[in-house]
Design a protein around this ligand. Structure first.
Ligand code: ZN
Length: 403
């Protein structure tokens, strides 16, 4: 082990004996009281020295016997310590590809802020390569989501859609201008390949033989704005039946939508959303029937910056889930409208009449995603990396650890 105080956290002394790691309330911690000798010793924790050398440095800094180990233990408990050498098999493989790792260094540094175990951030980053995401919808939102996930290290990103690329599909983060007129799915897949930090993982055997491989996550990003506003439960039903987590995202008129992220049988789905709306508004089913029976507009409104914003947030929610966290889109739809651009979350609870079974699970529980549900979903992931809750991965606010 080569201990390293997480370099992603900016360090500052609040007074002579108290050091603050990090700047923002979400991740900052204070450590104290810290005497001068220990404060100097912290500088040695930069990942270049092993334990034996650090103990030697401790003696040189006049630290009492055992103090080096005590400091390291306290830092580790506070989640402030990383290990420059720790690596499981996947992490070791990523270390062996410095060109790919260099592309992802800011992402790795960011992951150290939401993980606690030394070496865990690299394990999570490397584990993305074993995940498979399918994005349905290759318009302004869908292709950007797919490219972002690919660039963030997701090993297999498949895109599905029909038809050809139109000039208005071209965006800086999505389809390139040269793809106009090309088949939409092929153009999107090419853009995804070019975004990856390293060569794509070999396609799963089922995909190569034309079968349907298991997806870690499916993102539903339809180009049709009716499907964004009121996702058809029949479309996502097969995903619910196979227990496939799926995330809804898109732009409808001048509103961007991210969520819900559906954990089948555990949290609210498109059917729950539709049933709640019908409960609140008797005219809802009649409106939906009219919207759906009209032909989709060839050029629906879709502001470029709004589409990119939605894609960025949707990809972030997807990645948080793939990394083992439970993002806030589980049981909620995040919405943002032009021109004020204030994000708001609309809670989507499981509906008792929905066949997804989410309501039964939620019965008698305080929220739709209880502790047991989170643990169970954790067990369904193909990765061996331990999972966390987004709201419990790290304590929020400034937290004091004593050395
Ligand atoms: Zn449901």
């Amino acid at each position: 082990m080569h201990p390293m105080v997480k370099p992603a956290l900016r360090r500052g002394w609040r007074d002579l004996n108290t050091v603050q790691f990090g700047m923002t309330p979400a991740h900052a911690l204070t450590l104290g009281p810290v005497d001068t000798a220990t404060g100097s010793f912290l500088e040695q924790l930069n990942g270049t020295r092993g334990l034996a050398l650090l103990r030697e440095e401790g003696r040189r800094c006049d630290l009492p016997d055992g103090q080096v180990d005590a400091v390291l233990e306290h830092l580790a408990q506070a989640g402030l310590l990383d290990d420059a050498t720790a690596a499981g098999p996947a992490a070791a493989a990523l270390r062996d590809r410095p060109d790919a790792l260099d592309r992802l260094r800011p992402d790795l540094a960011s992951l150290t802020l939401v993980t606690s175990r030394p070496g865990e951030a690299l394990d999570l980053l490397a584990a993305r390569r074993a995940t498979r995401v399918q994005v349905r919808g290759a318009g302004r939102v869908g292709v950007t989501i797919a490219r972002l996930l690919s660039a963030a290290g997701v090993g297999e990103v498949d895109v599905r859609d029909v038809g050809e690329v139109h000039p208005w599909d071209v965006t800086p983060g999505g389809l390139p201008a040269k793809s106009v007129g090309a088949r939409r799915t092929e153009a999107a897949r090419g853009a995804v390949r070019r975004s990856a930090p390293q060569a794509p993982r070999r396609r799963s055997p089922a995909a190569r033989t034309g079968g349907e491989p298991g997806n870690t996550l499916v993102v539903l990003a339809p180009r049709d704005d009716v499907a964004v506003h009121t996702p058809d439960p029949a479309v996502s039903a097969p995903l619910t039946e196979t227990g496939t987590p799926h995330l809804h995202a898109g732009v409808v008129e001048a509103t961007g939508v991210v969520g819900p992220l559906v954990l089948p049988g555990r949290s609210a789905c498109a059917g729950c959303l539709h049933a709640h709306r019908a409960d609140r508004d008797p005219a809802w089913p009649r409106l939906v029937a009219q919207w759906r029976c009209r032909r989709p507009r060839e050029v629906p409104p879709c502001d470029l910056t709004l589409a990119t914003t939605v894609a960025g947030l949707a990809a972030a929610h997807a990645l948080a889930f793939l990394d083992g966290f439970v993002p806030s889109s589980v049981g909620a739809r995040w919405e943002v409208s032009l021109p004020a651009l204030s994000w708001r979350a609309r809670t989507v609870a499981p509906h008792p009449a929905c066949p997804c079974g989410g309501a039964e699970k939620a019965k008698g529980e305080r929220t739709s995603m209880d502790e047991e549900a989170r643990e169970t979903m954790a067990g369904q992931r193909p990765t061996t990396v331990s999972r966390h809750r987004a709201d419990a991965a790290r304590p929020t606010g400034t937290w004091r650890a004593h050395v």
